[in-house]
Write a protein that binds this ligand. Structure first.
Ligand code: CUA
Length: 332
């Protein structure tokens, strides 16, 4: 690759990394802004130190090249001053980095309210169970792989794991936080702008670690409330013949062994809650966009889409699959 092509690639990577919905350098929450600030502070200080060191090296190489007897000798005293200056500057800069780092840690640990919106996210191989918690049982609901947050509101995300160590990571909103079996931890997110941000499991957790993504939709408060109200409701009644037939298939086939559709007899918590699956944008932990075609592929051959996941293929007649897809898509 030519030097120009290399420079172009570097610039494109840098520009791509600084923008988009999956970048710690394009913060969309107070916490991510703190991390972004400390990143640039460290980068600039280290860059300045590097430039100063190289400049001093170049100066020394030029000034003392060869064995020129006419040149004034360097005294012990002068060398002592240079070394002392270097050590002093290093101590001051390292302290500045330490203070910035501790300050950022404190800012991230800040809990702005006693009664936050609390969302419990349980990681498992290889998807995210999402439970909106509330002291009122009627206010609670579950969903999966897509989290909605109101903008400007501090939200507490409680992290747990059902199997191995995973890591919850939505770079636009916060840094990584491990989800550890048998130990709950939490992160606070106060989103500062609306948008859809991508998250990714940040800790190697097995075969489909790379396909363990999630979406976070940050919405204006009223739209978030409307979404939450719709999510709290039981699944809507199946309207068309196809959908009714699809519901029958769903309840009679293996689906009920793992999934919940509130308002029906399906109530297993092993797999994702499908009560409002039709309202999601993606499928299989943000692996595929949700369309009739991808949903069909997923039901018929989940192991082909995401090898190693826990979902078995549905061996059903064509019409049953069609009806099942129509039913699931109707669960808005
Ligand atoms: Cu879960 Cu990596």
């Amino acid at each position: 690759m030519s030097r120009r092509a290399l420079a172009g690639l570097g610039a494109a990577l840098a520009a791509g990394g600084c923008r988009g919905n999956f970048s710690a350098l394009a913060p969309a929450a107070e916490q991510a802004s703190h991390i972004n600030w400390v990143f640039w502070f460290f980068t600039l200080v280290c860059a300045a130190v590097y430039v100063a060191t190289i400049a001093a090296l170049v100066y020394a190489l030029r000034r003392f090249r060869g064995n020129d007897a006419s040149r004034e000798p360097v005294t012990e005293r002068l060398m002592g001053w240079w070394v002392a200056g270097g050590i002093g500057t290093s101590i001051v800069l390292l302290f500045a980095l330490l203070v910035a780092s501790i300050g950022t840690g404190r800012a991230l640990a800040h809990r702005p309210t006693d009664q936050p919106l609390t969302i419990k996210v349980t990681a498992q191989q290889w998807w995210w169970d999402v439970e909106y918690q509330s002291p009122q049982p009627s206010e609670q609901f579950r969903t999966a792989n897509e989290i909605h947050l109101p903008v400007g509101v501090p939200v507490r995300i409680v992290l747990a794991s059902r199997d191995v160590i995973h890591s919850f990571w939505v770079p636009s909103l916060h840094g990584k936080k491990d989800a550890i079996p048998g130990h709950e931890s939490d992160v606070w997110i106060t989103a500062t702008r609306t948008g859809t941000f991508r998250g990714q499991c940040g800790e190697f957790c097995g075969h489909q670690h790379a396909s363990m993504s999630l979406l976070v939709h940050v919405q204006p408060r009223d739209r978030f409330e409307a979404w939450a109200a719709a999510q709290r409701a039981s699944a809507r009644e199946s309207a068309g013949d196809d959908q009714r037939r699809g519901q029958e298939v769903f309840l009679r086939a293996q689906c009920v062994m793992c999934h919940t559709v509130r308002g029906t007899s399906a109530g297993s918590r092993f797999g994702p809650d499908l009560t409002h699956v039709g309202a999601r944008q993606t499928l299989a932990a943000a692996t595929l966009p949700l369309t009739d075609e991808t949903l069909r592929r997923w039901i018929v051959d989940p192991q082909g889409v995401k090898p190693g996941n826990r979902m078995p293929p549905a061996r059903l007649p064509e019409q049953d699959i069609d009806a099942l897809v129509a039913y699931l898509r109707s669960l808005q």
